[in-house]
Design a protein around this ligand. Structure first.
Ligand SMILES: [Fe+2]
Length: 225
């Protein structure tokens, strides 16, 4: 790994909690609402049993691979709390997703007309720090077709998570506000509006020079932490 990459990844990690602390401060008025436990969702068929060799928090670069992942880069910042608002330190977080073209690096993905992206990591894991903070650098995933023989449909843009706290395990997916396929995504529509609020991000544009043009903020609430 190059010195510049080491430095970049270190900076990403070091800034994680500062970002989430800002998130907590700005979201204080919403704190009561956010203590509703985050909605669960299905694991889906593409959890990577075969892990990539590189599984650090920066999914936009793959160790030993030149270039950067295609797509819109997202700085995903978050925090894991219990329902009383206490941070969950040391929570194990795994995330996996399709690339910008809607393709998973998984042998079972039938969406083979969409290209793979060798510079996109596709899976990452991290543990929350003492403040319950985490941070990933990734790209906005593409929507992809679901090969239902009776009624094909499109999965809207989403990212999968498996989060293990001190007491609870939460498998879920996050979504993005305003996406045209949200209204017809069968999993998203199976959630109640209140549940959707716990898993829907509305990324904002970052200032010039930031690690990514988009910043997404998410508070995860585990029932018992
Ligand atoms: Fe998926």
């Amino acid at each position: 790994m190059s010195d510049s990459m080491t430095t970049r990844r270190g900076a990403l990690k070091a800034a994680a909690c500062a970002a989430a602390a800002l998130l907590t401060a700005s979201a204080s008025a919403r704190a009561q609402q956010q203590r509703r436990p985050t909605a669960a969702d299905i694991m889906g068929p593409f959890y990577p049993i075969v892990r990539p060799l590189d599984e650090d928090a920066d999914l936009t670069r793959v160790a030993g691979q030149p270039g950067i992942a295609q797509g819109r880069v997202l700085d995903l910042r978050g925090r894991v709390l219990d329902t009383l608002g206490h941070p969950v330190a040391g929570a194990h977080i795994e995330m996996w997703q399709a690339n910008t073209h809607g393709r998973y690096a998984h042998a079972s993905d039938t969406n083979v007309t969409a290209p793979l992206d060798p510079a996109f990591q596709g899976f990452a894991r991290q543990r929350t720090d003492t403040e319950g903070c985490f941070r990933f650098l990734t790209v906005i995933p593409g929507a992809y077709p679901v090969p239902d023989p009776d009624s094909p449909w499109l999965r809207t843009r989403h990212i999968h998570f498996d989060i293990r706290g001190q007491h609870d395990r939460l498998v879920t997916q996050i979504y993005f506000a305003g996406e045209p396929h949200n209204d017809t995504d069968r999993l998203y529509q199976a959630l109640t509006p209140a549940e959707r609020d716990t898993v829907t991000l509305d990324p904002r544009h970052a200032v010039a020079g930031a690690p990514a043009p988009l910043i997404g903020e998410w508070t995860v609430v585990l029932a018992s932490g």
